[in-house]
Design a protein around this ligand. Structure first.
Ligand SMILES: [Zn+2]
Length: 247
């Protein structure tokens, strides 16, 4: 029964996010920018909320070991390194804007790796509780839709047709399903790994929020937009907090 939830969540988080991003491309530019911005701001809050209010407390209560924090720290350094390697391979010169200079295969491979990690995060959280799983899946979708929108932009600009861009993006999203199903079976037979998988998941969420989403938000400096950003981030955290304190 639980595997069904995980499969639905994995499809929603990967192929579903990509499909919704593709649908949003039909919107006029102005609305597209606004809505994908809001989703990104909200994701900043839900990712941090899910990590600090959901995953880390669960991992701690399962192990009772403060090594959970060491593990999170190692995870953050690994994600830094992983992103660096992707940048090194895509940028030949200094001051490289990773969104503009990344070639098609780099986008797809980098995305594939990231989506695989999202898949593991979803599986690990469902094995802990269905409620945590649902909120983690929502957090994944809210950061994936704007991310995939950006990827579509790059793929289309580099000359791919709409159909090909959609298919390739879906293919790189499918890694989430494969990795998630593998993680589900591995973690189910090795329950002792679940708290560590949660800690690893938390480090991935913290890294995405603080190293990817927040710098992106700081590119907009207008006061009104900053207030909107803060409101969405707090709303995202409040959403997870309100939910976690009821379960
Ligand atoms: Zn993601």
């Amino acid at each position: 029964m639980e595997l069904i939830y995980v499969l639905i969540a994995l499809f929603a988080g990967s192929i579903g996010s990509i499909g919704l991003a593709a649908l949003m491309l039909l919107l006029p530019d102005k609305q597209l920018n606004r809505y994908s911005g809001w989703l990104m701001y909200l994701a900043g809050g839900t990712l941090l909320g899910a990590a600090f209010l959901g995953m880390i407390p669960k991992a701690l209560s399962l192990t009772g070991s403060s090594n959970v924090f060491l593990f999170i720290l190692i995870g953050i350094v690994l994600f830094f390194l992983l992103e660096k390697i992707i940048l090194w391979r895509s940028c030949q010169h200094e001051d490289c804007d990773r969104a503009r200079n990344a070639a098609v295969p780099i986008i797809l491979i980098g995305d594939g790796v990231h989506n695989a990690i999202d898949g593991i995060v979803i599986a690990a959280s469902f094995l802990n509780s269905v409620e945590l799983g649902v909120f983690v899946t929502i957090s994944v979708m809210m950061h994936e839709i704007p991310q995939e929108l950006g990827d579509f932009g790059i793929l289309l600009q580099s000359g791919l047709s709409r159909t090909k861009a959609l298919l390739l993006n879906m293919l790189s999203g499918a890694t989430a399903i494969i990795a998630g199903v593998l993680a589900y079976f591995m973690l189910e037979s090795m329950q002792a790994l679940i708290p560590w998988a949660l800690a690893f998941s938390a480090s991935s969420f913290i890294y995405i929020a603080l190293a990817d989403l927040i710098p992106e938000m700081h590119r907009k400096t207008k006061l009104s937009e900053s207030i909107v950003q803060l409101a969405f981030v707090i709303a995202g955290i409040a959403l997870i907090y309100g939910f976690m304190s009821h379960h």
